[in-house]
Design a protein. Sequence first.
Length: 373
Amino acid sequence: MKVLFQSRVTLFSSPGGDTTQILKTAEYLRKLAVEVDVTTELEPDVSQYDLVHVFNLRNPQEIYLQIKNAKSQGKPVALSTIWGEYVEYDRYARGGIYGVLSNILGNYTIEYCKVAARALLNREYHKGTVKLLTTGYHRLQLKACSMVDVFLPNSESEMRRVEHDMNLVGADYVSVPNAVDVNVFNYDSVAIPEKYLAFDGCLLSAARIEGRKCQLQLVRAMEGLPYKLVIVGKPGPNALKYYQQCLSEAPDNVHFIDYLPHDELPALYKVAKAHALVSWMETPGLSSLEAAAMKCNLLITEKGDTRDYFGEYARYCDPSSVQSIRQGVVDVMQQEFDQRMRDRTILNYTWDKTAEATLQGYKKAIAKSKVHG
């Protein structure tokens, strides 16, 4: 089987969790004898492929053209939805003009405005942008979803959200878990460089720095606590002001480390006591899975699909409340690690499992495509 992966044009210039998901899924599918190519092109020749796999429903300006292109060439399509709205963040925490507009306009109108702003300010402008601006954000999502043969959500709860938001009834899907590379994030084999010993017993937070990840609330929650917080990540392209605010408000027990290559993170996880990802939405957050595999207690948002993955073993908090985050920090820094969370993670959430479920979805999409001719 030969498959083409397609995603947003900024997949590599502005990497995120979807970048990791795409590259790791491709790597482990190849171990199952699936040939995989990855492209951010909008309308490539897909004649040599058995199936096209697109990613990220948040970017209909790209996936609509990619799906339409695949269908025009007679190819079945699988969609990894990666779908979650940040409407609460936009309305209650974003601030600025977007914050004001979010309390006046509908969520999809706000997403439309974001695409327009990125086109103007970041020059993220292409044929798909024109299609979105003339069609509408949500209408383009609906058009894209109407052509998909099989959906590949990260959890059952995500699929319920997709069904509701995209008006789907009886859609074919396979739940594909997000995952951790247990070969890289292997607690017993990871060595700790001397430069990280200073962070022994810290609270770690590894994520791109931006408002929806709530690092500022986490920084504020650390004021006066006897623990060390280490934040690892670069600011998003539109989050430089937010990053500077995090830096300016950070007390002495908060430290920032620039973005690290993925294979250097295990050592930091190993010295950490706990990991915090207190975002406005997670599905469920790759860094939380990595931290769990490395025996870190988890402080994580209650919003999104986190409970599907971590159940009773994580400590949940409300991202809108500094006090809730603060109490969560105290709890995870004081409690002992529960080995059952690591066992659950390395048993259920590995890239091998992801690849197997993805391949199951491909077979379903190809079979469906043959039936409908």
